[in-house]
Write a protein that binds this ligand. Structure first.
Ligand code: SAH
Ligand code: SF4
Ligand code: F3S
Length: 374
């Protein structure tokens, strides 16, 4: 029996696919190179932008032929896109040949669902659950081991679907994280540990006995072993001086921070509910540069947020010029149903978004040439 997993979206999803792989291997499935060879195909989906969802729709549609040729083929859709009830239902309607559609909280029971399908049932389930500490991972990222430190997000940036599909922030107990990393290090295969969370800087605030992200970093660095530690993603509103100091002082921590700015304009930042200003963002960059020379800094930007004017977009351009990031990701704003921004007036036309994203990327290229940064 063979399995094939297709993963969309962020590192969290990549890591979650490692969990899916472990569940399938426990059931006796082995990985295979091509979906044509598989007895079970899993699509671990992403809902962050419309483009991501369209790709999933297209690729799931293409599985129909395979299912016709192989009646016993099991097709599973999971992840952020299918956590949305309406989307899950639409997928079931559009693709009646799909066997299992589950949300982001249902993975712990995947083995039971597969057993039910083998007895002839079709399943569609999504419900809130808790962090499952017992599921193993089949690590697939070479000498890097991903370690989830928290799930969900409380920030509700007005453009973003993540809080709706991943629920509220839930931190793992520090001891569980430390134990997992000790176990990873004892295998002697991994040189890099990457901590994952939508907003790692707010780690531990929700625990019964709160633990700060800075303490977690220090405690991990104190573990024996030769490894490099990194993490993503940091939210500028929560990146404390203490965390910057820990990055500066701990040899094991990579000198790299991904710090999404999203916009360089204060009116747009406020509309996005980012809870910082351009000035605050720049002051954090200054602090990082002062305390951690040679720190690589990267960022994400959204262009064409509802009502963004040309001048306001120019503020984003000027921020990129000013900071000289090592690299940036530039996204065209994509309205996500259910979010606050999708209901805002003055949505920016697609051609303007295209122009702005191109301008931003060109500016970025120009700066990289000029500064010799990659
Ligand atoms: N938790 C992380 C990243 C979340 S998603 C953070 O807060 O930084 C990764 C990136 O996708 C975001 O930084 C943002 O730039 C982009 N993004 C999120 N929602 C989007 C949307 N509706 N349209 C376009 N880009 C979006
Ligand atoms: Fe989305 Fe904002 Fe949370 Fe990041 S911090 S996941 S952009 S709501
Ligand atoms: Fe996408 Fe979900 Fe990650 S929406 S970006 S896979 S948290």
């Amino acid at each position: 029996m063979k399995y094939f997993i297709v993963t969309y979206g962020c590192q969290m999803n990549v890591h979650e696919s490692e969990k899916i792989a472990a569940i399938l291997e426990k059931l006796g499935y082995q990985p295979c190179e091509k979906r044509e060879e598989a007895d079970i195909i899993v699509f671990n989906t992403c809902a962050i932008r419309e483009g991501a969802e369209e790709r999933v729709f297209g690729n799931v549609g293409n599985l129909k032929k395979l299912k016709k040729a192989k009646k016993d083929l099991i097709i599973v859709l999971c992840g952020c896109m299918t956590q949305k009830e309406e989307t899950a239902q639409k997928m079931m309607r559009t693709f009646p040949f799909v066997d299992i559609v589950i949300g982001t909280f249902n993975l712990p029971k995947l083995a039971d669902y597969i057993a039910a399908v083998k007895q002839g049932r079709q399943l569609q389930i999504w419900q809130e659950g808790d962090i499952d500490e017992s599921l193993p991972y089949k690590r697939t990222s070479g000498d890097n081991a991903w370690v989830n430190i928290m799930q969900g997000c409380n920030n509700f940036c007005t453009y973003c679907i993540v809080p709706y599909v991943r629920g509220r922030e839930k931190s793992r107990e520090e001891q569980n994280i430390l134990n997992e990393i000790k176990q990873i290090l004892s295998e002697k295969k991994y040189k890099k540990i990457t901590l994952l969370g939508q907003n790692v800087n707010s780690y531990g605030k929700d625990l019964k006995q709160p633990v700060s992200f800075a303490k977690l970093l220090k405690d991990i660095c104190a573990l024996e072993g030769d490894f490099k530690l990194s993490f993503m993603t940091s939210h500028p509103k929560d990146l404390t001086d203490e965390v910057i100091d820990v990055i500066a002082n701990e040899e094991k921590i990579e000198k790299y921070i991904h710090l999404p700015a999203q916009s360089g304009n204060n009116r747009i930042l406020a509309l996005m509910n980012r809870k910082y200003t351009r000035e605050k963002y720049l002051s954090i960059i200054e602090k990082i540069r002062a305390k951690i020379p040679n720190c690589r800094i990267t960022s994400d930007f959204i262009v064409g947020f509802p009502s963004e004017s040309e001048e306001e977009f120019n503020d984003t351009l000027s921020l990129v010029k000013q900071v000289q990031f090592d690299s940036i990701f530039a996204f065209m704003y994509s309205p996500r149903e259910g979010t606050v921004a999708s209901k805002m007036e003055n949505q920016v036309p697609q051609n303007v978004k295209n122009e702005r994203v191109n301008k931003l990327l060109q500016e970025e290229k120009r700066i990289q040439k000029e500064t010799g940064k990659r």
